[in-house]
Design a protein around this ligand. Structure first.
Ligand code: CA
Length: 547
C-alpha cells in the first residue's frame, strides 16, 4: 500500500504542479469504486466458483470479472441475513455493535459509516436499489432505495424528493438509475463510490419477462444433499422450517396457479402473501406474458400428480430455474454497467466489485433460504477487479468477511480508518500479498429467532479446517465439523472422545474472538422456565401444513 500511496501522491503533485492557474483540480488519481451487490446470490450459483451448477453457467459477465480480477475463495458473512449484512458492510462492525441484528430492526443512520468517512475524504457517493436498513440514508450524495424488500415489478422507490414508482423490472430499473447517475449526474471532478444493490435473486423469485423461458429445456443438476435428513446434526437442524419438501409453498414460492382471483389456502394465511401482492403490481400486459409462460407449465405439473421425492424434485427444478433466471438479470446488469464504464473511459480507474449479502441453500441439505453458519449460507461471493492491481484470474485463499469492506474502501481512498472498525483492509490481498498476520479464524453470530424459517440463535468459529457452533436458546447444543474430511458437514464430531482436545482448543479460540469483537451478549443456556415464559408459543406452534 505504501508504494501505491507514494505513487498517488507523486501523480497528484505532478497534476497540481502542471496547473498554472488556481482552478479546481480533477481528482483522477484515486480509483472509483463500483460495488454491485445482490441479495441471496450463493457463490455456488456463480460459474467461476465451480459449484454443482457450473454446467448451467448463469453468470458469464460475473465469470469474466473473475477472469480479469481476484475471486476470493474463502469469503464469509458475519450474520447470514439481508439487513444485518448491509449494516456490517456500512459500519465495519459486527451486528451487536452496529445494532442491526435482525431484519426489521431500524438502522441508526446517525452512527459512523464508511460512506460518511469516504465522503469526507472527497469521494462522491450514491446508492441505488435495496438498502433494507429502514430510515433515511446518510452518507450518500444521491440515493434511490426500495422500501423494505421492494418489489420485482413496477417497484416504489424512496428518494430524497419522496416516494416514486417506476414501471418495469426492478433489476433493470436499478441498473438504469446507476447508468443515468454515471453518465449525467455525477460530479466528474471527484472520484466516486457507486453502490448498485439489486433485490434479485431474493425470494419470491420473479425473473424478467425476457427470461421466463430460459432453462426450459434443461434439467438443473441436483445437489448431493437434496434428500439430507439431518440425522447426525444437533436438533436445531430438524426444527427449522426451510425444507423444499415440507415448507416451500407451490403458490407462495413457486407461483403455481397464481392467476387473477387466486385465493390462498386459509391454513397458510398467517404467511406473508407478497407473492400475490407482487403479481398484483404487474400491468395487464406483464401479467399476460407471465401467465403465457407459466400456465402450460402449471397444467403439465397437475397432470403429473407428483408425490414424495418426485414432488421435491419438481419443486427444486421450478425453484432453481426461477432463481437462476433472476441471476441472469443481475449478470446482464453487471455487463451493462461495465460497458458504461468503458464508454465513459472510466474502466481503467474503477474498481469493480461483485458480492452478495450472504450465501443460500440451493436445495443443499434439502433447504432454501440462509441464516445458518453451515457453509452454503456462511459463504458470500466476492470478486474484485482493480485495473493494474489485481492479477487476472487470481484466487486469494485467506479468510475474508463483509466486515472488511468498509476498511477496504477507505484504504483504497487513502482515507483515515476509524479505530473502532473491526475488519481488515483487503488491499494487500488485492495486491497479491498474503500478510503473515492475517486472521486464522472468523466469528459468526445469528440472532433472528423465533422468526420465519425457525433457525435458532447460534454463534461460532470457523478456522481454515474446523467449525464449532453453539445453539444456546434451543437447548444447549454444539456442533463440530472437520471441513477437510467432511465438506458437506454431515458428521457432527462434537462429544466424541477423540475430539476433546480439539474441542477445548476451539472453545478457547471462540471465547477469544468474542472478547476481541466485544460480543458480551448472553449465550448461556436458557432455563425451561425461561422458555415457558418467553418462547413457548413460538416453539410449540405447529409446522405449516404440507401442500
Ligand atoms: Ca439476503
Amino acid at each position: 500500500m505504501k508504494i501505491c500511496k507514494i505513487l498517488r501522491i507523486v501523480n497528484l503533485l505532478a497534476v497540481v504542479s502542471a496547473m498554472t492557474a488556481a482552478v479546481a483540480v480533477a481528482d483522477t488519481t484515486r480509483p472509483n469504486i463500483l460495488f454491485v451487490f445482490t441479495d441471496d446470490h450463493a457463490p455456488h450459483a456463480i460459474g467461476a466458483y465451480n459449484g454443482f451448477l457450473k454446467s448451467v453457467n448463469p453468470t458469464p459477465n460475473i465469470d469474466k470479472l473473475a477472469q480479469e480480477g481476484a475471486l476470493f475463495e474463502n469469503s464469509f458473512c458475519t450474520n447470514s441475513i439481508c439487513g444485518p449484512s448491509r449494516a456490517v458492510i456500512l459500519t465495519g462492525k459486527h451486528s451487536h455493535l452496529n445494532g442491526f441484528m435482525n431484519n426489521g430492526n431500524k438502522f441508526n443512520w446517525d452512527q459512523n459509516t464508511f460512506a460518511k468517512e469516504i465522503q469526507k475524504a472527497g469521494y462522491q457517493t450514491a446508492i441505488y436499489g435495496k438498502s433494507h436498513l429502514n430510515g433515511t440514508p446518510q452518507g450518500f450524495d444521491d440515493w434511490k432505495v426500495l422500501p423494505g424488500q421492494g418489489l420485482y415489478y413496477n417497484p416504489d422507490l424512496l428518494t430524497p424528493e419522496g416516494k416514486i414508482r417506476i414501471e418495469g423490472y426492478c433489476t433493470d430499473i436499478v441498473t438504469d438509475l446507476a447508468v443515468e447517475w454515471l453518465t449525467k449526474k455525477r460530479d466528474e471532478s471527484k472520484p466516486f463510490v457507486l453502490m448498485v444493490q439489486h433485490k434479485a435473486p431474493h425470494r419470491n423469485w420473479m425473473p424478467a419477462l425476457r427470461h421466463l423461458h430460459l432453462y426450459d429445456d434443461i434439467v438443473i443438476p441436483e445437489p448431493a444433499t437434496l434428500f439430507d435428513k439431518w440425522e447426525d446434526n444437533a436438533p436445531p437442524a430438524r426444527h427449522q422450517e426451510m425444507e423444499i419438501d415440507r415448507h416451500m409453498d407451490l403458490n407462495f414460492d413457486l407461483f403455481v396457479d397464481l392467476v387473477p382471483g387466486f385465493e390462498q389456502e386459509p391454513s397458510l394465511k398467517r404467511q406473508d402473501r407478497s407473492s400475490w401482492h407482487n403479481m398484483q403490481r404487474m400491468t395487464p400486459g406483464q401479467l399476460a406474458v407471465w401467465r403465457e409462460a407459466y400456465g402450460p407449465k402449471d397444467r403439465a405439473f397437475h397432470e403429473l400428480n407428483l408425490k414424495g421425492d418426485d414432488l421435491v424434485r419438481w419443486k427444486y427444478q421450478r425453484y432453481m430455474k426461477n432463481y437462476l433466471r433472476c441471476i441472469k438479470g443481475v449478470d446482464e446488469s453487471l455487463g451493462t454497467l461495465q460497458d458504461t464504464l468503458k464508454k465513459l473511459k472510466l474502466d481503467d480507474n474503477t474498481i469493480v466489485i461483485y458480492s452478495s449479502d450472504q450465501g443460500f441453500y440451493l436445495g443443499d441439505h434439502g433447504w432454501y433460504d440462509k441464516r445458518w453458519m453451515y457453509e452454503e449460507s456462511l459463504k458470500m461471493p466476492l470478486i474484485v477487479k482493480w485495473p493494474g492491481v489485481t492479477r487476472p484470474n487470481s484466487r486469494p485463499k485467506l479468510m475474508v468477511q463483509n466486515l472488511d469492506y468498509a476498511q477496504t474502501f477507505l484504504d483504497v481512498a487513502d482515507a483515515p480508518i476509524p479505530d473502532d472498525m473491526q475488519g481488515m483492509s483487503l488491499v494487500p490481498l488485492l495486491q497479491g500479498r498474503e500478510p503473515g498476520n492475517w486472521r486464522k479464524s472468523i466469528y459468526y453470530h445469528y440472532y433472528e429467532y423465533p422468526s420465519v424459517h425457525q433457525v435458532p440463535r447460534h454463534y461460532g468459529i470457523r478456522t481454515e479446517r474446523y467449525k464449532l457452533m453453539h445453539f444456546y436458546e434451543f437447548g444447549n447444543e454444539w456442533e463440530l465439523y472437520d471441513l477437510e474430511k467432511d465438506p458437506d458437514e454431515l458428521t457432527n464430531l462434537y462429544g466424541q472422545a477423540d475430539q476433546a482436545e480439539l474441542t477445548a482448543d476451539l472453545k478457547k479460540q471462540l471465547e477469544d474472538l468474542r472478547t476481541r469483537y466485544q460480543d458480551d451478549s448472553d449465550v448461556s443456556e436458557k432455563s425451561e422456565e425461561w422458555k415457558k415464559e418467553v418462547r413457548k408459543p413460538e416453539l410449540e406452534r405447529p409446522r405449516k401444513l404440507d401442500i
